[in-house]
Design a binder for this molecule. Structure first.
Ligand code: S3P
Length: 449
């Protein structure tokens, strides 16, 4: 299941025809990880439809099997998880390898902290650089013990708590992964776990906990958003419909905004308001972006999104919007390169600890293709304009799927083709990316080199 160790260089060129048609993108990555994990903790059998079958999520599926759940694929995107009940996971016989996935690794830390078992976790070279203390510190207060490399890096070993204590934690950073790790540990503890987040972050964990029958209270306080979870609930298996991933739809929609004459619809996209900061920003830039068929499915808002090519203007993106579009800055930076004026995206410090240092890598991606970009403190500044994107450069992707996809979308709009050094990591979140974009423009605009 590991992506090829051999880099897969790709190139994208301006298509002869605009992008058109109605398309679907793979299932939401955040919801897919959680569906497998909560399914493993529930009593009964959880049927999942629309699961993202990307490498990150398949790592979570493998880990849940190692922890004793029965996880099987029953059809394309259709999965069945026979759970073990809260507190019922078993000690894994081997190392848990979470590949490229920070979400899988951090959420799993929470899950393991609440079980009286010993486990070792590792990941690929990108994940082994990412900070884990942000989860292990609060989780240690439950009684779990963690051992890690210098600076809190993977591999790590954990011995979960025998009698886990509820957590009471104020997150120093806005992170849905840290919040979710705390709530997962809190499931196994007797009493009420309390988490306060400085800014609201994606709430798929809270939604799914309720969907499985847990009691979760959410309240906005002067200190931030307070989430309270009653420990040791019986989670009862419930069907899960995973919507299309808005973070994946972003690439197709951005391509339509950038290639003259395009009009594309992405059907069945998750529109959780804590995920839609990019769409709000694009509208502020003057993008023609509309939602139709808005509905609620499986507790999450869903709709069809249509994007149409047109002129765009620069904007300032406030720091408070970062949690709702944290994964979308690289593709927004590409869009900003074609907008009239200078776009400033503020408060992007969290981008430094993603699959790569996305702040530096995004600025470098633009600079390598003739676009004026600079980093000022924690802000990214992109100089757009009539000249558009010259292109002709190579994007260094640093094992980061979103940089690879952003670079390729940039190539569709640039005057000269854009190369990316390694597109293999796109498999972590968006299997079929190149084929889908090529189908939308009716040509092999994105191809291996
Ligand atoms: C995620 C939370 C975000 C996001 C990641 C998925 C999640 O990370 O970048 O792709 O599913 O909880 P942080 O919690 O580090 O902001």
């Amino acid at each position: 299941m590991a992506h090829s160790a051999v880099p897969q260089p790709f190139r994208a060129s301006r298509p002869a025809a605009p992008l058109s048609g109605t398309h679907r993108v793979p299932g939401d990555k955040s919801i897919s990880h959680r569906a497998l994990m909560f399914g493993a903790l529930a009593v009964g059998t959880t049927e999942i439809t629309g699961l993202l079958e990307g490498e990150d999520v398949l790592r979570t599926a493998a880990a849940m099997r190692q922890l004793g759940a029965v996880v099987e694929q029953t059809g394309p995107g259709a999965w069945r998880v026979a759970g073990r009940g809260v507190g019922g996971l078993v000690e894994p016989a081997d190392v848990l390898d979470m590949g490229n996935s920070g979400t899988a690794a951090r959420l799993l830390c929470g899950l393991l902290a609440g079980h009286p078992i010993f486990a070792v976790m590792t990941g690929d070279a990108s994940l082994r650089k990412r900070p884990m203390l942000r989860v292990t510190e609060p989780l240690s207060t439950s009684g779990a013990s963690f051992w890690m490399r210098q600076g809190g890096r993977l591999p790590l070993a954990v011995r979960g708590a025998v009698e886990p204590l509820p957590l009471d934690y104020r997150l120093p950073v806005a992170s849905a992964q840290v919040k979710s790790a705390c709530l997962l540990a809190g499931l196994c503890a007797r009493g009420t776990t309390r988490v306060i987040e400085p800014e609201p972050t994606r709430d798929h964990t809270e939604n799914m906990l309720r969907h499985f029958g847990a009691t979760v209270r959410v309240e906005d306080t002067p200190q931030g958003r307070l989430i309270e979870l009653e420990g040791q609930p019986e989670l009862v298996a419930a069907p899960i419909l995973v919507p299309g991933d808005p973070s994946s739809a972003a690439f197709l929609l951005a391509a339509a905004l950038l290639v003259p004459g395009s009009r594309v619809t992405v059907a069945n996209v998750g529109l959780n308001p804590l995920r839609t900061g990019l769409f709000e920003t694009l509208r502020e830039m003057g993008a023609r972006l509309t939602v139709t068929n808005a509905r609620t499915e499986g507790g999450e808002p869903v709709g069809d999104l249509t994007a149409e090519y047109g002129p765009l203007r620069a904007v300032e993106v406030p720091p408070g919007r970062a949690p709702s579009m944290i994964d979308e800055y690289p593709i927004l930076a590409v869009v900003a390169a074609t907008a009239q004026g200078t776009t400033r995206m503020r408060g992007l410090q969290e981008l430094r600890v993603k699959e790569s240092d996305r702040l530096a890598a995004t600025a470098a991606m633009l600079a390598a293709n003739g676009v004026g970009a600079e980093i000022a403190g924690d802000d990214l500044i992109v100089r757009g304009g009539e000249a558009g994107i010259p292109g002709g450069g190579t994007v260094a992707t640093h094992m980061d799927h979103r940089l690879a996809m952003s670079g390729l979308v940039m190539g569709l709009a640039a005057r000269a083709p854009v190369a990316v050094d390694d597109a293999a990591f796109i498999e972590t979140s968006f299997p079929g990316f190149a084929a889908l974009l090529n189908a939308a423009c009716g040509a092999a605009a994105i191809e291996p080199t």
